[in-house]
Design a protein around this ligand. Structure first.
Ligand SMILES: Nc1nc2c(ncn2[C@@H]2O[C@H](COP(=O)(O)OP(=O)(O)OP(=O)(O)O)[C@@H](O)[C@H]2O)c(=O)[nH]1
Ligand SMILES: [Mg+2]
Ligand SMILES: [Zn+2]
Length: 297
């Protein structure tokens, strides 16, 4: 057999399922030499392979550790309106992490059926702010509100669902393709948090789209960003880049700061600014600890 090209869609221990460009599936193992180079093939990789072995991993467009996947066009961030209750701070944490990896985020607010009419209205008002910068979709137990828009956006793209455990990632995929039977489970009521129902990352054919289901997580740290670079991850701050008095304004303590002015006028969402201040302080603290450690050595 000649060498083939395909995409890794699934990994279980040292075996990989590859979907070839002509839509056939193969179960193959990586070449021993990869391990020597500490190169681990991952879901999303474009590879050259023969009937038993992965021969070459093509250069990755992007490379995620959590979820463990590569070559992603969109991260579909599933965040539940209720159970667990929506947290704008967590939402911002996820969004920054996604942007950090050079990928675009799509927000899906799930479990809207658990809200009263007035609660839903209120939530949509806050989220309309996000829709200036991101594609925002709403879903309920029966499925997505705007399926058509979703399909249009994701057609011919590689996407991955991500988000808190119990947010409804697997359930969402099940509603999009009735042939899928992904395991979903109720979140632990006592703990108020999920227990990781999905255990593997797998790229699925979802009514013609390629979307990976992934295990969720319950917390997320922002690190590896310099505190003074954090402002670049807030699109609304970047829009007024040159309008603060000081060029290097961190939008925290400086006078005549345009960002602070817009927060006061209600043009920048207060919770966005609050999350910025919180993450800024977290990053400063990390830098301080690293500095102390360096001095000791
Ligand atoms: N009412 C309601 N329940 C939902 C909705 N989406 C998911 N659920 C329920 O929420 C629970 C968790 O859903 P899952 O799809 O397993 O969540 P997950 O994000 O895949 O969780 P992990 O795999 O642990 O990361 C299940 O009991 C689902 O039936 C929704 O839109 N409305
Ligand atoms: Mg799941
Ligand atoms: Zn400023």
């Amino acid at each position: 057999m000649n060498n083939l090209t395909g995409r890794i869609v699934k990994n279980i221990s040292n075996e990989y399922e590859v979907l070839s460009s002509d839509n056939n599936r193969f179960l193959v193992k990586p070449r021993g030499v990869f391990r020597k180079d500490s190169l681990i093939p991952k879901v999303g990789d474009i590879v050259q392979f023969n009937e038993t072995t992965i021969l070459k991993i093509e250069k990755r467009k992007n490379d995620f550790i959590r979820p463990f996947i590569s070559n992603v066009d969109y991260v579909i961030l599933v965040t539940s309106a209720k159970r667990p209750d929506i947290s704008f701070e967590l939402l911002d944490r996820f969004l920054i992490n996604i942007e950090q990896q050079d990928t675009e985020a799509i927000i899906v607010v799930s479990k809207c059926d658990l809200l009263s009419e007035s609660e839903e209205k209120e939530l949509k008002k806050s989220l309309s702010y996000y829709s200036k910068y991101f594609n925002v979709f709403y879903s309920r137990y029966e499925g997505l509100d705007d399926k058509e828009g979703f399909y249009k956006l994701l057609n011919n793209k590689i996407s991955v669902v991500s988000g808190q455990t119990g947010a409804g990632k697997s359930h969402l995929l099940n509603t999009l393709d009735k042939t899928l039977t992904l395991k979903t489970d109720d979140i632990s009521v006592a703990l108020g948090r999920g227990k990781h129902t999905t255990r593997h990352t797998e790229l699925l054919s979802v009514s013609g789209l390629l979307i990976a289901d992934t295990p969720g997580f319950s917390s997320l740290e922002i690190s590896e960003i310099k505190s003074t670079d954090l402002k670049e991850y807030y699109k609304e701050f970047v829009e007024v880049l040159n309008e603060c008095k000081y060029n290097q304004c961190t939008h925290t303590h400086e006078p005549e700061c345009k960002v602070k002015e817009l927060v006061q006028n209600g043009l920048i969402l207060k919770s966005r600014y609050d999350s910025y201040l919180k993450f800024f302080a977290e990053l400063k603290e990390l830098e301080k600890t690293a500095y102390k450690r360096e001095k000791k050595q």
